[in-house]
Design a protein around this ligand. Structure first.
Ligand code: GAL
Length: 831
């Protein structure tokens, strides 16, 4: 046997093999053991962040990835989204923002690694969790994610297709590419109970199928405590310090550190503080973690009909370190960047050192990593309210509640998760100076043609029962008309009674019409997607037309057997007549029902500029508060390069397109809950998605991202389909940029401020070196200050895009503070 063969055999027998099937010297060998992921034999501390390629545009990718790298990331993680790549069985789409190969190459060009989570079940607040709806409609499929041959065959087919595409481009590390880790399935362990033995069979099959693809890098399975070897079981959550993988030879990995949370229609804005995210990361590395991935690092936008649900909003900002539009979300981005630098400086000792721990009681502890050459320490205080002062190796340290101090040499605190030096950026929206919007926008309109459906009940499909919505639509549209007619004559026992129409639906929005007249609409206001619509109606003698338009708002993406969750009107649908206390029910569920998928305007692609429909658009008196209406206008894009949003305040619910490209569903009339918000947010104590929410009582989403790459310099078109009724007259385009930047930095460190994207600092609104109080926008001087501090800071910063100030007496002059005061410099700059 050759030496190489012998080594392969040794690795194989150790059960840890990911030998590179090497293509010359470019290949990277990725292996692992219980202390780390080894890249070319070296154990590494790896920081990764999720950026989902379809939630941004190819035009945004280089900038997002550059900012991720600058933020201290080693790797970019993405899921693969089956439903958009294979919208019809065996018909594939990898164009535009679905160009996963281009995305991975952009990561590679930036010099970063990639983590590829093929799933192909992804959850991800993505429509149907990433499964194509045609899969549900295949004969014999029963359900997904279980020991079902039809399902498994399709899953294998898609997974193999992706792996082959990637191999062809040499994108696995084993081929010299950036991908160092791949994932199969997703959090199956959280839901597998109800699948019984079939679930166990399925997960073993997943592992074998993945292994058989021979990708040459390790596979992970997240939240899978029984992950079969050599799959690495990894953790997802807001905290993963107490996680231990099921195999002692698996490194401790965190595939989803939730940097915030997603937003629903009807939900407020979630926020997770920078202090708490940093605390969770530091605790993870203190307790032996070696790989962690921010979910999300850039959340982005659910364009088109990709939002999951039901009722996931179009924005997927996630309060991630990069905001929805790609701006730095400060201080989160900067505070984590500093943490990454410190952790990286300790890479060797964290992955090789002996570990010892001292418990100081009251949730306070010290962890020492030591090799012969060096040692590094973490001092942690998991108490949610009380700061701790401890003596450690002969020195006193104060550790704020819910924080970790990192001492790379076990002597000097270089980083504490609760002490933020990074700037806080206050983002603002600026009006579009290119034209005088909203007044300058001239609107055209046309009604959605509903006579044939609402009044005549015409549709191409007929059945003698109600049908599940996605079964009929194959998810080609949100909309499905359910239409039937009722003949009334005086002999009917229900004639002459007080009539109510009852419609039981499994969601998500219902509009009811009787004889062409809209009689009411209903949707889920508190997460009750299965609801009953009841409305008093009047019928005429003879034929009466009942037409029900059911709309889905993102298909469910999570839970055991969630794929079987029905949508649409399953009934009963009935007429209920009341006469002197007596109730007569006329069940219409088994009537002859006619179905029509989608809107006429969708079929005609009224948003598509290449198809000319101009003659049918009207300019006279565009109506307001009119349901089922299409609107169109042209606009000049905002000048400059800052990200663009469109303010859709005034509209109801619908779908928006810019130059024919969907920017997603909109629903600004859906307000977030009145209660539960707070202006202050205590980072201490475990985070949950109901903690630190803002924006109560306002539209869940008023502004919608229009990627710059969708825009032309001259004239652009905005098309809206308004389903519920609203006014387009307030619509205007804005840019999002840094309005002001603040920082508070302790003596001994450096204060850095930047206005980002080429803007310069125009003014210093506040500066104090002493014991300033308050937060950004409300700073006040404390008991002491350094002389002429304002002009010192002005000289250093005004007129510059960014500035750095050393916070010391030498640089700034000595403040007239008493001896005990920890001095800090606070600055508020206007951009
Ligand atoms: C996880 C899931 C992710 C995402 C996250 C919540 O359970 O794996 O895809 O849905 O929850 O944002």
């Amino acid at each position: 046997m050759t030496m190489a063969g012998l080594r392969a055999l040794q690795l194989l027998t150790a059960g840890l093999v990911f030998v590179c099937f090497c293509l010359g010297s470019l290949a990277t060998e990725v292996t692992y053991d219980g202390r780390g992921i080894k890249i070319n034999g070296e154990r590494r501390v790896l920081i990764s962040g999720s950026i989902h390629y379809p939630r941004s545009t190819p035009g945004m990718w280089p900038d997002l990835i550059r900012k991720a790298k600058e933020g201290g990331l080693d790797a970019i993680e993405t899921y693969v989204f089956w439903n958009v790549h294979e919208p019809r069985r065996r018909q594939y789409d990898f164009s535009g923002n679905l160009d996963i190969i281009r995305f991975l190459k952009t990561v590679q060009e930036a010099g970063l690694y990639a983590v590829l989570r093929i799933g192909p079940y992804v959850c991800a607040e993505w429509n149907y969790g990433g499964f194509p709806v045609w899969l549900h409609n295949l004969p014999g499929i029963q359900e997904f994610r279980t020991d079902n041959p039809v399902y498994m065959n399709e899953m294998k087919n898609f997974t193999t297709l992706i792996v082959d595409m990637i191999k062809q481009e040499n994108l696995f590390a084993s081929q010299g590419g950036p991908i160092i880790i791949a994932q199969i399935e997703n959090e199956y362990g959280n839901v597998m109970g109800p699948y019984g033995d079939a679930g166990k069979t399925y997960i073993n099959w997943c592992a074998n199928m993945a292994e058989s693809l021979g990708i040459g890098v390790p596979w992970v399975m997240c939240q899978q405590s029984d992950a079969p070897k050599p799959m690495i079981n990894t953790c997802n959550g807001w905290y993963c310090d107490s996680f231990t993988p099921n195999n002692p030879n698996s490194p401790k990995m965190w595939t989803e550190n939730w940097t915030g949370w997603f937003k629903n229609w009807g939900g407020a804005d979630p926020h997770r503080t920078a202090e708490d995210v940093a605390y969770a990361v530091a605790r993870f590395f203190q307790t032996g973690g070696v790989f962690q991935n921010y979910y999300m690092y850039h959340g982005g936008t659910n364009f088109g009909r990709t939002a999951g649900g039901p009722y996931i909003a179009t924005t997927y900002d996630y309060d991630a370190p990069l905001d929805e539009y790609g701006n730095l979300n400060q201080p989160k981005w900067g505070h984590l960047k500093e943490l990454h630098l410190v952790l990286k400086s300790m890479e060797k000792v964290l992955t090789h050192g002996d570990v010892s721990h001292t418990d100081f009681g009251n949730f306070v502890g010290a962890t020492i990593y030591a090799t012969n050459e060096t040692s590094s320490c973490f001092l942690s205080n998991a108490n949610t309210t009380t700061d701790a002062t401890i003596t450690f190796q002969g020195k006193q340290y104060t550790i704020p509640a819910w924080s970790v101090s990192i001492l790379p040499d076990c002597k000097k605190e270089v980083y504490n998760t609760a002490k933020i030096s990074a700037q806080t950026s206050v983002m603002v929206k600026k009006v579009n100076v290119a034209e005088d919007q909203p007044m300058s926008l001239k609107w055209l309109w046309r009604p959605e043609q509903i006579t044939e459906t609402a009044l005549q009940g015409k549709g191409p499909m007929v059945a003698s029962h109600l049908m599940e919505q996605k079964f009929v639509t194959n998810d080609a549209s949100d909309y499905l008309w359910y239409m039937t007619s009722v003949n009334m004559d005086e002999k009917d026992p229900i004639w002459g009674t007080d009539l109510t129409l009852l419609v039981n639906t499994t969601g998500h929005v219902l509009h009811a019409y009787v004889n062409g007249n809209h009689i009411g609409s209903q949707w889920a206001e508190h997460g009750g997607f299965v609801f009953a619509f009841e409305k008093a109606i009047k019928l005429k003698p003879g034929r009466n037309q009942i037409s029900l338009l059911s709309a889905t708002v993102g298909l469910k993406n999570y839970g055991a057997m969630y794929d079987l969750t029905p949508t649409g009107i399953l009934g009963p649908v009935a007429l209920i007549g009341k006469k002197t206390g007596e109730e007569i029910v006329k069940d219409l569920s088994s009537n002859k029902w006619t179905f029509k998928v989608g809107l006429n305007g969708e079929e005609k692609q009224l948003y598509n500029e290449d198809l000319s429909h101009d003659s049918e658009w009207k300019s006279e008196n565009p109506p307001t508060n009119r349901m089922m209406t299409w609107y169109k206008t042209t606009f000049k894009p905002p000048l400059g390069t800052d990200p663009v949003v469109v303010d859709l305040q005034g509209l109801g619910k619908g779908h928006a397109w810019v130059n024919g490209k969907s920017i997603g569903r909109y629903w600004p009339t859906f307000l977030s809950q009145q209660d539960g918000c707070s202006n202050t947010c205590d980072y201490r104590g475990p985070y949950s998605d109901s903690k630190c929410v803002t924006n109560c009582g306002h539209p869940s989403q008023r502004w919608y991202h229009v990627p710059r790459s969708f825009l032309r310099d001259d004239e652009n078109t905005l098309t809206l389909f308004e389903e519920m009724g609203g006014s387009p007259y307030l619509v205007n385009f804005q840019t999002v940029t840094v309005g002001s930047a603040c920082a508070t930095v302790q003596e001994g460190k450096t204060l850095e401020l930047s206005c980002q994207s080429g803007q310069t600092i125009s003014e210093i609104r506040f500066a104090s070196f002493g014991d300033p109080q308050g937060t950004c926008g409300s700073f006040v001087k404390g008991s002491c200050d350094a002389k002429d501090i304002l002009s010192t800071v002005q000289n250093a910063c005004v007129g510059k895009e960014s500035c750095c100030i050393e916070v010391s007496k030498n640089a700034l002059g000595a403040p007239n503070c008493g001896g005990n005061i920890t001095k800090r410099l606070a600055v508020e700059a206007v951009c």
